[in-house]
Write a protein that binds this ligand. Sequence first.
Ligand code: FE2
Length: 407
Amino acid sequence: MNRSRRNFIKYGIYIGGTVAGTAAWVRGVRYPGLQFEPVDIQTVHRVNDAVWRADGAFPLEIGSTVSTWRAHSPEPKVVILGSGEFEFQINNIHRQATLQPVGDGMVIDENKSGLSRRVRGTLGSSPLALEWRFPDTKNYRFAAIGDTGGDEELRWVLARSEQLGASFLLHLGDFNYQAGDYDRAQAAFDEAAIPTYITLGNHDYRAPGENNLIDVFTQRLGPLNHAFTLGGIQFINLDTAANTLPFSAGNRGRLLNRLSASTPGVRQRIAFHHRPLIDPRDEPEGGSAHDIGGLGEGRWLHKRLRKLGVDTALNGHIHMKLEFDNEGLFTYISGQGLAHADIVNKNKRQVAQILLGDVTPNEPTNFQWAALEMPLIAHCNERLIKILEKSGRGDLTKALAQACQRS
Ligand SMILES: [Fe+2]
């Protein structure tokens, strides 16, 4: 090989490496799995000649003739620019939310079915904005819990949240513990009585067989990072399912840069993300801390969140109920979504709890724990039987099997 050819290859490798390095710096590298950050939800959609833009909702990729969207915030807005008639469906809308059309065109009808709305209308010459208003933004309650899996435990968590008066559930990640959980969880979310806004868990990101499921999440359930404000409280969803390098890269970094510590109408900021920034336990089970880890990523996030004025973090990942002050960031860990604590409790008492937040005007959100009261039949699944046998509690499987047989 002559010298000029060698130099050409050398410079080619150098330039290629620089371009790849810059891309990694901007987009970020997620690990484990070593991948660039994936494409997040799409918010722009074209149907024939019409252009649809959404804020707080995204189009689902399903083979239906009717355009179908899913809301990932309580007051989503869809703006349509085009002409003629339109028809679409939007899921995950509170049953008492009201539709407010603004702009050119009109809504012919809106049919409700559970958390879904089907809207028909006609378009004018300028855009038509369709916005749903939450029933009560001044006084409302929400529930927060993670680590439910996608089976009957999740359905109970959704039902119990509604029973406790919650207007929506913040799912703190890990609804996917076994094959089929993504489908089951999506059905449970769609069929629930209240909407759910979900942060991505490590099990939702990588399946037991190590398949990367991140695209499935963004195509079916929501964004990896987003924020919404309801009644003066800003809820900030951050992706902590995997680690990111550099910490400030990708959509999470962009969201944190976009948010401001002095937004009019926002009086409190609450972050919700799956893995906690620190594990407060002196002796974590298995000896390894269940924090975000990642070469100082937790420290960096703590600094960014405090700078933004976030005073509360809601997390899962640790299958316990914990609360502690992490240097100004009051942290609740609500990870008893499987209620296994009820099963292995020696006193045979139900101990699993779910976190509730109460919002009232001009006050910081008031948090309290409530009994989850999960019935035994919600535990009727193969996965739990295997866990009990593995953890030396095979004696419980007989009682459970009898209860499940009766149901
Ligand atoms: Fe987890």
